[in-house]
Design a binder for this molecule. Sequence first.
Ligand code: FES
Ligand code: CO
Length: 326
Amino acid sequence: MIERQHWHPVAGSEAIRDAPFAVRLLGEDLVLWRDPAGAVHAWPDRCPHRGARLSLGRVEDGHLECPYHGWQFAASGRCVHVPALPAFTPPATHCVKAFDVREAHGLVWVRLETGAIDLPAFAAEADARLRKLNCGPYTVEASAPRIVENFLDLSHFAFVHEGWLGARGASAIADYKVEETPTGLRATQCKAWQPQSNLHSTAPAQVEYTYEVTAPYTAVLTKIPESGTTAVADWRESIALFIAPVEAERSTCWFRLAVADFDSPDEKLRAFQDTIFRQDQPVLESQQPKRLPLDLRAELHTSADRASSAYRRYLSRQGITFGVHP
Ligand code: FES
Ligand code: CO
């Protein structure tokens, strides 16, 4: 399963402190914990002794301690203490298998198999002029690919986000371009008429976006500045959608904002994203089948949907099987 070699977000960095933390990824239970040096570890949430959940244990003396018989595991994964036999030195084979972990974009990322695939790109992260803020997590009873498609979809604004991101009287979608990229696809010249294109806009505006898929379950929206409206024309505000494929039909997602607004409180920016996402959620959870059909004959398409059709072809080419129908 190629998605095991991709990096996936599993938790907000701030959630991993001094207690073990249970997460699920691609249908597997993992335990995350942070050692006293600050490094995060991701292991199967199953003690190799008798199978108890390590996430029910605690961090003790810089080791993860199992809740059942108190075996302690060091950051390396090795068992270093068996309380029933205090004088016993466990052999190297008494260990857990650690997964690769990274922290980026305010999130903890894990891959279940080591490979050559890098973290999904999010170019705006490196722009120091943009403020970064995470919104979420949102737990959704929908497959990760259905959520990506919703994010790429311009023609739902007038209905799902009526009065916020669209209006019924302005539902037409102008032609836009879609191209493949080495890691996914890019849709450019995506234009929409929006009553309120962001938190601060006071008048309706025609906005232009670029959408990119940079990993199977990651998409990035970049707003093209309206000419003459911004002092610094090369600012490119972006929103990344990062999704944890928890189960084939359940996901957790975050939005990472990279915006020029340094004034609004975090809660205000989050409240806007929360509102938009809560509008999408019931529709997303209603879609059947929950797994995205990759056979293009299974659902109907128009030219306004070419970003989502391209996304389905990309998932097919990649050999993605989790959250999709072959
Ligand atoms: Fe973990 Fe026994 S099951 S120490
Ligand atoms: Co939406």
